[in-house]
Design a protein around this ligand. Sequence first.
Ligand code: GDP
Length: 209
Amino acid sequence: MVVPALTSARFETTVSRLSQLPESRLAEVAFVGRSNAGKSSALNALCGQRRLAFASKTPGRTQALNYFALGPENAAPCAWLVDTPGYGYASAPLEVKRGWDQLAGRYLAQRKTLAGVVLVLDVRRGLTELDRGVLAWIAADVPILVLASKCDKLGNAQLAVAMRELEAALRAEQLSNPLGLLSFSAIRRTGVDEAREIIADWLRPGETT
Ligand code: GDP
C-alpha cells in the first residue's frame, strides 16, 4: 500500500470523549500546540488546503479531537490526522484545562495506533511550560516532530539563536521518543516538504504495531 498524501485529508468526525474514539487499526498522526501557535495554519499548509483545520475551530469542536481521513476520495480511509484542542488560552477556565488532560492528554498517552505527534510552537516563544507538560503525556515510543512555526517573523541570525535554544530546551527534557525539529512557516511554506516526508515515514505500512 502506498502512503496516503496529506493533500487527501478531509474532515471525518469529532470525538469529545475517549470512549468515542474510532475503533481503528489505522495509523494516526496527532497535532498539538498552544492556541495561536499556528497549528491550524500548519495543518492547512501540510495538507495543501486553505480551510481544512477551520473544521476544528467551529463551535462544539474546539475542545474535541477532530479526525481527518487520509486516502483516495470515495474510498475507506488509509490513515488519520487528529487535531487536538489548542491549550494555554490565558482565560480558559480550570474545567477546560482539566478537560484537555482528560481527553487529549490521555489520548496521547494511551492511543496504541498513534504513529507520531507533531508539536507546533511559535519559534519566538520557544518551548513553554505547557508544551513540556504535553510532551510528557506522549508515550515514550511515539516519534515527535517539533515545528518551530512563524520562522518568517525572525531574521536569519535571530532564527539561528532561537533554534539553538529550542534544541537545547528539547534536549533538557531527556525524552526517549525519536525527536525531530524543523523551522517552519505556513506563510512561506518553509519546512513543508521536510515535514511531509517525516509524516509519510511515520505512516508507512509496518511502522505501527
Ligand atoms: P492555532 O490557534 O494554533 O490554530 O493558530 P492559527 O493557525 O490560527 O494561527 C494563529 C495566528 O498566527 C494567525 O493570525 C495566523 O495567520 C498566524 N500564523 C500562523 N502561522 C504563521 C506563520 O507561519 N507565519 C506567520 N507570520 N504567521 C502565522
